[in-house]
Design a protein around this ligand. Structure first.
Ligand code: 2YC
Length: 282
């Protein structure tokens, strides 16, 4: 069953420890599925021309934070490998927490990336711009879907999950001209997103109240909820395209081979790439 909480799913070391070694391979997979690189997807997500992003202006520090449930072994290193892959000068501070922030600034970093149990942010010290991983992930995955479908104008997209990731995806999809339908286990949460979007974007999101029929009806799906394996064989059609940010994956393991070429899913890469491009905007 879907769980209704909005708390981000805490990554485990085994979810992320392979990222660095497989970034080239993952980038090739994105080019095969979407026609674009990780860098191009992230730049598109924040509406900048990828080749105009002057990486030389920035130095990015990732600072391990020991608060809450503590440091995730390999997390900062994985984030740094993604940011480095995008062409930014990047380092993980030796010290944690406040000492790490001081070290980052003493080493002339202008973008700091830090994550506690509730938020993962990139902050640009020069501009004061803050990029939040959840919102950036939603935008980055909407951009990946748009590339994979060669455009989303007038196309219907189902977003499963009305949390921060779903909200980021909703705003991006409206910007792309898509028709956005939203389902959340917690109808009140879906209604709140609908009301906010109507106020801020003057756009009417359609609410789905039955997940199974929504999955059968839609061929473009953004899995933006922390539930496991709810997308089943009966939901898979020939024209289905699914983007699934983060862990766990909402698609049942036994149908993965069937949808693999029309599925984009990663534990961190697209979200981190989008947030660092977002924070670097001057
Ligand atoms: O190692 C550290 O600095 C830890 N404080 C990091 C904790 C990250 C907790 N959040 C997550 O595991 C992820 C986010 C990266 C996005 C969704 N969940």
């Amino acid at each position: 069953m879907l769980q209704g909480d909005d708390s981000m799913t805490r990554l485990k070391t085994e979810d992320i420890c392979h990222i660095d070694a497989k970034l080239g391979e993952y980038n090739d997979e994105l080019v095969k599925k979407t026609g674009h690189t990780l860098s191009e997807i992230a730049a598109h997500a924040v509406d900048v021309e990828e080749k105009n992003v002057n990486r030389k202006l920035h130095k990015v520090a990732i600072i391990p934070m020991s608060c809450g449930q503590g440091i995730i072994e390999g997390f900062s290193e994985s984030v740094a490998s993604i940011v480095n892959f995008l062409g930014f000068k990047t380092f993980v501070t030796i010290h944690h927490d406040a000492s790490g922030i001081a070290e980052a600034i003493e080493k002339s970093a202008n973008i700091l990336m830090i994550a506690d149990d509730d938020r993962f942010i990139a902050v640009n010290l020069r501009t004061g711009r803050i990029s939040d991983n959840s919102k950036a992930t939603g935008k980055g995955y909407a951009a990946a879907l748009e590339f994979m479908c060669q455009g989303l104008k007038q196309k219907r997209v189902l977003i499963v999950g009305a949390g921060q990731v779903g909200a980021g995806a909703t705003e991006a999809l409206i910007h792309m001209g898509a028709q956005v339908d939203v389902y959340d286990l917690n109808l009140e949460k879906a209604k709140k997103l609908k009301e906010r979007i109507e106020e801020e974007k003057n756009y009417s999101v359609k609410l789905e109240t039955d997940l199974d029929s929504a999955l059968v009806k839609h061929s473009l799906i953004i899995d933006a909820c922390p539930a496991l394996g709810y997308i089943q064989k009966r939901h898979i059609t020939d024209d289905i395209m699914i983007v699934a940010p983060g862990i766990p994956l909402g698609i049942n393991q036994n149908i993965l081979p069937q949808v693999y070429n029309r599925l984009i899913h990663d534990p961190l890469q697209i979200g981190v790439a989008t947030m660092v491009f977002d924070a670097s905007i001057i």
